[in-house]
Design a binder for this molecule. Structure first.
Ligand SMILES: Nc1ncnc2c1ncn2[C@@H]1O[C@H](COP(=O)(O)OP(=O)(O)OP(=O)(O)O)[C@@H](O)[C@H]1O
Length: 787
């Protein structure tokens, strides 16, 4: 390192750090000031006078309460802005930047050569000079996109060209430049190697300093409605999309909040694994969930099939699963729902005091009195209105009934006072959020009232009305919630009649098999159990019937491990998040749930979008594993040629076959010891949960933790984990347990074997009993060792 260069860079660093330090002090003072401001504002409550005796008094009170709330909210938000700035500054004080580029714009408006420093966030001094640029600024893209010489990059104003003359990377610790090197490449391999040489941890890290050019494309894409990222295991798909979230939050700051970005992830364990990346980048976490959580949250009374049940139950009805997961099935549900506009809606009686108040026939009459051009949602809304009217018209009639007389007779003093004191409401108003209902309620007054009655009859009438209205309320709620639609019966009808809307033979599904499947689904429904594919179908039908418009506030949706979704699920997500731009990541070679379906997935999903707004990026370079492990895992695949290993050397994978179970277990224990001695933290991956449990029992004297549920936390040290929970994760060392003929012989398990093997960063061992898995036959014998 040239001493002079180092000295001048250290000088720039000192200057930057000083400025950051000053800014930190200022921000600290601002936070203290804001706290005081909030306290002052809170005192303002003392001046708010409550006037509730007159309507104008209520309005006046409401207005001063609102003003007071606004004042406090403004001050709170200015405080939280200051606090956020403080947090960012603290991070910047640690490492203000990691790179520098010198460049001159070609054909641009900028003059001469510029030097910029790139860090986690921008920082400017008091005179508004940028000392550091946020890595997400358009100009910082130059750093990621090319080496020395001419580079193209995108700005909001269109493409730009620049001539780069210097790229310098830094490592800074405690305010001192530890290393500094100049590079001519996009991101120097040395830097990448350095970033990748660390040990695995239970938390994923950000890759901000070493984002690769292809990844940068994914991160900065703002054009696509559907961005499809297809990439090998360990090619940084997940790492890139987390950076993308941070980028989008910056690019659309002020318009986009982290709550409008949703990530669908493979399992809860994975959520836990990635949840520190965004905070590390100075951003708030996004909304993360699994499809299972999304679906089951909407059906709280159902037991939706869990991940482990889904994995274990896969092969029972493959043709039917494939059919139900298809886009054709999705469209069939749409057609079926459409048919309900003319006939066939399954309805429930509205029952009051054990008697049918409005029969389902009557409801059907109302439902079908609107013309055919009504959409199901409009039809439902109109029916609800009509039913509410009908319910209100019942009040007078009910008031004459004996049960009301009886209730009045039996009123306790407390009940009487409550009824007399209650404000007047119209049936249904308390559930309406609309302005008209609010005004009506304000006009009628909802607070306790003193009442004088002109006669006993008037008092009785008043009480009777109150009682009837109160008793009818649950029914009004049912109408509002559309509980008179019998969705369960409708769903069963859909299943029974699906052959009318879907060519089942094309999927190789026979009529009799389908009927048997329907019957077993109905039996399961009675026990409140549903598979994930039927749940999705059920929800879609429900949404079509009730006119749910989906979550329109969600702007970006990310789906990781898309190969494990069916086209039906994806189409349903598109329907449920109609305004979201989708970024989907997948590796068709890792389809462990959907198998063959995965092959057409991309085309199927893309067909739902405008073709001009669909982009695809392929990532073939892998970063997770050593060259030896990548070459081996790629050998397992029949089409793994395109995968490129990153040049990082390690030992070849080792296959250990033993004659008996006891010997295999001993080999496993020895390997664990070895890994431990070499400080390689190990994941023993079994195929299923039951195998993981059994192994945990057999290893109970060792220091290993069984991960049997996705709700557990990842722990440091050795773990045993079933294959489907290892998705998306990585470990220093992986031992594949029972990698033998008995457990991995079906061609369909090839992708599973690839998926688990590709979790290993530095060391991979396969242990089995008896003969080797035939899936390894095609792997070149040079690529692994036997031991
Ligand atoms: N540009 C990069 N710089 C440094 N590390 C990187 C980079 N890209 C990826 N990595 C690292 O490579 C490893 C694999 O990345 P990631 O988990 O994102 O891959 P993936 O494609 O999602 O894999 P899988 O499909 O197997 O789940 C991670 O440790 C990640 O931090």
């Amino acid at each position: 390192m040239d001493d002079q260069i180092l000295a001048s860079e250290q000088k720039y660093l000192d200057k930057t750090l000083n400025a950051i330090h000053e800014s930190l002090e200022d921000t600290k003072a601002e936070i203290i000031r804001s706290n005081k401001n909030i306290d002052d504002a809170a005192k303002g409550w003392d001046d708010v006078r409550l006037k509730t005796s007159t309507y104008s008094g209520i309005v006046e009170t409401a207005m001063s309460v609102r003003q007071q709330q606004q004042l406090i909210a403004e001050r709170e938000s200015s405080k939280s802005r200051a606090e956020q700035r403080y947090q960012t500054l603290l991070k910047q004080e640690d490492k203000p930047y990691f790179a520098r580029i010198d460049f001159s714009e070609i054909d641009g408006e900028g003059e001469g050569s510029e030097t910029i420093y790139i860090g986690l966030a921008s920082f400017s001094d008091e005179e508004n000079h940028f000392l550091v640029y946020d890595w997400r600024t358009p100009v910082a893209s130059i750093y990621y996109d090319g080496g020395i010489g001419e580079v193209d990059y995108n700005t909001p104003a269109g493409p730009q060209k620049a001539n780069v003359t210097l790229k310098r990377q830094f490592e800074i610790e405690d305010g001192v430049i530890v290393t500094l090197f100049d590079t001519e490449e996009a991101i120097g391999d040395a830097m990448l190697l350095n970033a990748l040489s660390g040990e695995s941890t239970t938390k994923m890290k950000s890759i901000v300093t070493t984002i690769q050019k292809e990844q940068n494309k994914i991160i900065r894409d703002t054009h696509s409605d559907l961005l499809f990222v297809q990439g090998a295991a360990g090619s940084g798909k997940t790492a890139a999309i987390l950076q993308r979230v941070a980028y989008l939050l910056y690019r659309y700051r002020g318009k986009l909040t982290s709550g409008q970005v949703v990530l669908f992830s493979p399992n809860q364990l994975f959520n836990d694994y990635v949840n520190e990346v965004l905070p590390e980048l100075g951003e708030q976490n996004l909304v993360q969930m699994t499809f299972f959580q999304y679906a089951s949250r909407r059906l709280p009374r159902m037991n939706v099939e869990t991940l482990s049940e889904r994995f274990e139950s896969q092969s029972e009805h493959r043709d039917i699963d494939q059919m139900l997961g298809s886009l054709k099935a999705f469209r069939a549900v749409g057609k079926y729902a459409q048919s309900l506009n003319t006939e066939g809606a399954r309805l429930r009686n509205l029952v009051f005091h054990d008697q049918v108040l409005i029969s389902k026939e009557k409801i059907a009459e109302i439902y079908y009195q609107y013309n055919e051009n009504y959409r199901l949602s409009q039809r439902l809304e109109a029916t609800q209105e009509a039913l509410m009217r009908s319910l209100r018209s019942q009040i007078g009639h009910q008031m004459q009934q004996d049960w009301v007389e009886l209730e009045i007779e039996n009123l306790s003093k407390q009940e009487y006072d409550d009824l007399i004191g209650a404000g007047k409401t119209r049936l249904g108003d308390d559930q309406e959020g609309d302005a008209a209902a609010q005004t009506r309620m304000a006009q009628m007054g909802r607070g306790p009232q003193e009442r004088e009655f002109s006669s006993e009859k008037a008092e009785r009438r008043f009480l009777a009305k109150q009682i009837v209205t109160r008793e009818l309320k649950p029914l009004a709620r049912k109408i509002r919630r559309a509980a008179f639609l019998n969705i369960n019966a409708q769903f069963v009808d859909l299943l029974r009649r699906l052959p009318e809307y879907l060519d089942m033979a094309a999927f190789g599904v026979k009529e009799a098999d389908w009927q048997a499947y329907v019957e077993s689904t109905i039996a399961a429904l009675k026990e409140h159990k549903m598979s994930l594919s039927t749940t999705t179908m059920y929800l879609y039908l429900y949404d079509l019937m009730t006119g749910k418009h989906g979550q329109r506030d969600i702007r970006f949706l990310f789906i990781d491990e898309i190969q494990d979704y069916t086209p039906f699920q994806l189409a349903f997500l598109k329907f449920s998040f109609p305004l979201a731009k989708f970024t989907v990541l997948g590796d068709l070679n890792q389809a462990i749930f959907t198998q063959d379906n995965a092959n057409n997935l991309e085309d199927d999903f893309a067909s739902l979008f405008d073709p001009d707004k669909v982009s695809e990026v392929e990532l073939n370079q892998t970063y997770r594993s050593t060259q030896q492990i990548t070459d081996f895992t790629k050998g397992i695949l029949t089409n793994g040629r395109a995968i490129e290993a990153f040049d990082r050397a390690g030992d070849k994978p080792v296959l250990k076959l033993r004659k008996s179970h006891t010997d295999a277990l001993q080999a496993l224990k020895d390997q664990l010891k070895q890994n431990d001695a070499d400080h390689e933290s190990t994941a023993i991956i079994t195929q299923s949960l039951s195998e993981a449990k059994q192994l945990a029992e057999e290893l109970k004297d060792e220091k290993v933790t069984l991960i049997q549920s996705e709700n557990q936390r990842l722990v440091t040290g050795a773990i045993i984990v079933p294959s489907y929970l290892a998705k998306g994760l990585e470990f220093d060392a992986v031992i594949i347990w029972q990698a033998d003929k008995k457990h991995y012989s079906d061609e369909r398990q090839r992708r599973l074997l690839y998926t688990v093997a590709s979790r290993a960063m530095h060391r991979l061992t396969l242990i089995g009993e008896g003969e080797a898995s035939p899936l390894l036959k095609q792997v070149d014998a040079d690529l692994y060792e036997e031991g």
